[in-house]
Design a binder for this molecule. Structure first.
Ligand code: UD1
Ligand code: CA
Length: 478
């Protein structure tokens, strides 16, 4: 795993003549409107923190070392959550508004020519839109380029006040709370994404004031500040208004989540999968599904799950961080976490595969079977009511109903080894550590505490006693 830098490292010396562009992601806010202990940018949509989506888009535009997350509220927690991405971190303490966030980033950004500013709470942004914003900024040779969008309902967003008579130049951005009734009717809103030329930004940022309802430094006020300093401030309107949606409330988070998951379902279907009633399924944004695989209603596919082609996942299964090969049938109600299932295997209904379960090609794991840290070989079967933990199970093994690996002695876990072709009769308990040799048989209802040699039969149960006419005699004595 790549280690993220916890400092703001000095950027490498620029190549003469080349322009250097950084991306700054504002992520220091508390998210007061969420009323949550968790910082806003760590709330999840599509199965990933808001900030992780923005970082992923940014990384497609500039190198990780040129991306700066500005963090503040619960900084340690946010830092830990993004460490693996390899991006840089700047701390804003205290948090005195979006303008103040950029003031705090000024030492880190000083070596760059341009900075693209993104909002850590707007996760639908794509690299394509970020690149278009950058290109427009360069073309117009502007000091500030604002990405705007036309929204049916602009409530809550800052409004773009265009300069009269000028095609794309901007007079100011006015926050909703400071809008006049006429300004409130403007449907062109500030997305919260901008491109700045670094020199005029930091030459003028100290002119920001806090004379607003929140007594904060608003980055939006830079539009007016730069214009007054004689700099060019332009706006470019995105065609994909939905990409800029922010998430200040739980209702907005759920809406974004819904949108992201439906987009993901449609993307997977375009790649050849069938997802019935996609609005009932919960599919995280990094999930992959092969062609001709069918996902039935009410299925959850989470985390880094990858499903092969020609599979069927029946209803009410929850599959997390698991890898499923081609042609696997997952019957209803299975729960998989950190499992690997090879091609042609059949699971369920109601199988529980816990982390470290490796199910071999064509193997069967049936109803009410729980596995953990188990390798089940090719074509092996454990069809009913069984617990298999810390076990190495070979090929062509039959595990009878109700078999239990007793892997835990109250202090330590022990291993059960079951070699190829073993037959374990129903209701057997295998007390680990224990080894069942190749091709051996275990009689039903055995308690196996010692190794069973290859090819032999082990019977570990009390001998049956038959008392003839016992019932008749008992009745006579009544
Ligand atoms: C902001 C814009 C608004 C725009 C909207 C788009 C301002 C003043 N307003 O409003 O014009 O329409 O985004 O979504 O910028 N943050 C910091 N440090 C701070 C405060 C905030 O890093 O001191 C971060 C937040 O974590 C968040 C982002 O900046 O990721 C935006 O802040 P937020 O409070 O959500 O601004 P909005 O009210 O949505
Ligand atoms: Ca916001």
């Amino acid at each position: 795993m790549k280690k993220a830098s916890s400092r703001t490292e000095k950027p490498p010396r620029p190549v003469p003549g080349a322009t250097r562009t950084a991306i700054a992601i504002m992520a220091a806010g508390k998210g007061t409107r969420l009323k949550s202990k968790l910082p806003k940018v760590l709330h999840e949509v599509g199965g990933k923190p808001l900030l992780a989506h923005v970082i992923a888009a940014a990384k497609q535009v500039v190198a990780a070392q040129d991306i700066y997350a500005i963090i503040g509220h619960e900084a340690a927690r946010v830092r830990q959550a993004i460490e693996h991405t390899g991006i840089q971190v700047v701390v804003q303490e205290p948090q005195r508004g979006t303008g103040h966030a950029l003031m705090c980033a000024s030492p880190a950004l000083a070596g760059y020519d341009h900075v693209i500013v993104l909002s850590g709470d707007a996760p639908l942004i794509t690299s394509n839109t970020i690149s278009k914003l950058r290109d427009c900024h360069h073309e117009r040779k502007a000091a500030m380029t604002i990405l705007s969008a036309e929204l049916g309902d602009p409530t809550g967003y800052g409004r773009i006040i265009r300069k009269a008579g000028k095609k794309d130049e901007v007079q100011a951005i006015v926050e909703e709370k400071s809008c006049t009734p006429a300004q409130r009717k403007i449907r062109e809103i500030n997305s919260g994404f901008y491109a700045f030329s670094v020199r005029p930004l930091f030459a003028n940022i100290e002119r920001l004031k806090t004379d607003n309802p929140h007594a904060e430094f608003y980055l939006t006020d830079m539009a007016q500040v730069l214009r007054k300093a004689g700099e060019r401030v332009v706006v470019t309107k995105t065609e994909n208004a939905s990409e800029i949606l922010g998430s200040n409330t739980h209702a907005e988070l759920v809406e974004l989540d819904h949108k992201m998951r439906l987009d993901q379902a449609w993307k997977l279907m375009a790649a050849g999968a069938t997802i019935f009633y996609p609005e009932t399924c919960v599919i995280d944004s990094d999930v992959e599904i092969g062609a001709d695989t069918v996902i039935e209603p009410f299925v959850q596919l989470l985390g880094s799950t990858r499903i092969g082609g020609d599979c069927r996942v029946r209803s009410y299964s929850i599959i997390q961080n698991s890898e499923i090969g081609d042609g696997v049938l997952i019957r209803p109600g299975c729960v998989l976490d950190g499992a690997r299932v090879a091609k042609g295997a059949v699971l369920g209904p109601y199988s529980h595969l816990r982390p470290g379960s490796e199910i071999g090609e064509g193997a069967h794991v049936g109803n009410f079977v729980e596995t953990k840290k188990v390798r089940l070989g090719k074509g092996s079967k454990a069809n009913h009511l069984t617990y298999l933990g810390d076990a190495e199970i070979g090929d062509g093994v039959n595990i009878g109903a109700g078999t239990i690996t007793c892997n835990y002695d109250g202090a330590h876990k022990h291993k059960t080894i079951i070699e190829d072709g073993v037959f374990v009769g129903s209701d057997s308990t295998l007390v680990a550590p224990v080894r069942l040799g190749k091709g051996s048989y275990v009689a039903a209802a055995s308690c196996i505490t010692e190794d069973v040699p290859e090819g032999s039969l082990a019977i570990g149960r009390g001998k049956q006693v038959v008392k003839e006419d016992w019932v008749k005699k008992k009745r006579q004595n009544l």
